[in-house]
Ligand binder design. Sequence first.
Ligand code: AGP
Length: 368
Amino acid sequence: AMIDKGNYRHFMAKEIHEQPEVIGHTLSRYLDLAARKAKVPDGMAVDFSGLTRLVMSACGTAYYAGLVGKYWFEKYARLPVEIDIASEFRYRELPVNPGEMALFISQSGETADTLASLRYCKAAGLTIGAVVNVPESTIAREADLVFPTIAGPEIGVASTKAFTCQLSVLASLAILAGRQRGVLTADQEAELVGALSEAPGLALKALALEARIEKLAPGLSRASDVLYLGRSTSYPLALEGALKLKELSYIHAEGYAAGELKHGPIALIDENLPVIVIAPHDAIYEKTVSNMQEVAARGGRILLITDEKGAEASGLADRDRILMPALSEIVAPIIYSIPIQLIAYHVAVFMGTDVDQPRNLAKSVTVE
Ligand code: AGP
């Protein structure tokens, strides 16, 4: 079928706005709401119970989804995760052992480095899982277990809806693994499933922030560099935010773990450097805020993405924050992706760059 932009100015805008729907489609395959349990799509069998390690690899945005997944598998399923970008993974000669499973993440299912990493693990005899959006792709065909994302075709070169669908699948699999490994009780599983199932409605709420975010674009567009900070699952989001801004607006951006700031990047802080802090009011919120105060003390321009409680505790003025709904921990990374995408999108639109087809980039990197 012909895919068009509908009433949107760009495919990227359309794909950002499709997220409530496609996250819902994806979760419907992985959550059994009546039983309040995580599941795999009909007809699939997967067993995380005896695994000693999960080995993951991907590129770009898909890699950042995997990095969030690492926090989830380790926390909710006590399953150790080894993850690396595929261009390194494929050559580093990682020792792998029976009893481990490998998981690759790819929107297109055609990324050359990710495919090579898959083949490395396959040759070593591991069971191969793949989280893919294109079901007839090479990676899907070569995997033993295909975990589909139901994002629909993603046309914009910058990945948006595929990312939040990848997160939805990984969160569900981490819950499933937690049950299978005897880490989560039935009550804990039910609570996590309930929280995750709210993602579509919460994504819609986050999209309502668009007008507010659009107003921030002119200010950000004047920066020559932007720093993104976060801890825990917000750390991969900081990396993703920086990648999105770079690829769309050509503004240099870096994502850092907030706690790593004083080990170098704090030297960059001055009144010309916008610092975007991603910090839901969670268990480590105070730690991130203390890093943020180090930035403020040096005259840095802060934009804090947080919820009501976080905003109150931050002491920042309204103009320096984006107010998100209060969220359960497991759903937060999915929903916080949305303001991050909207920031990059609106800065690019304001600057007049080619949003759907940024210079020098290909949608799918099928050569090394
Ligand atoms: C994301 O915005 C990028 N354009 C890029 O990093 C992409 O995520 C990466 O090339 C991986 O692609 P894949 O998911 O199709 O494997």
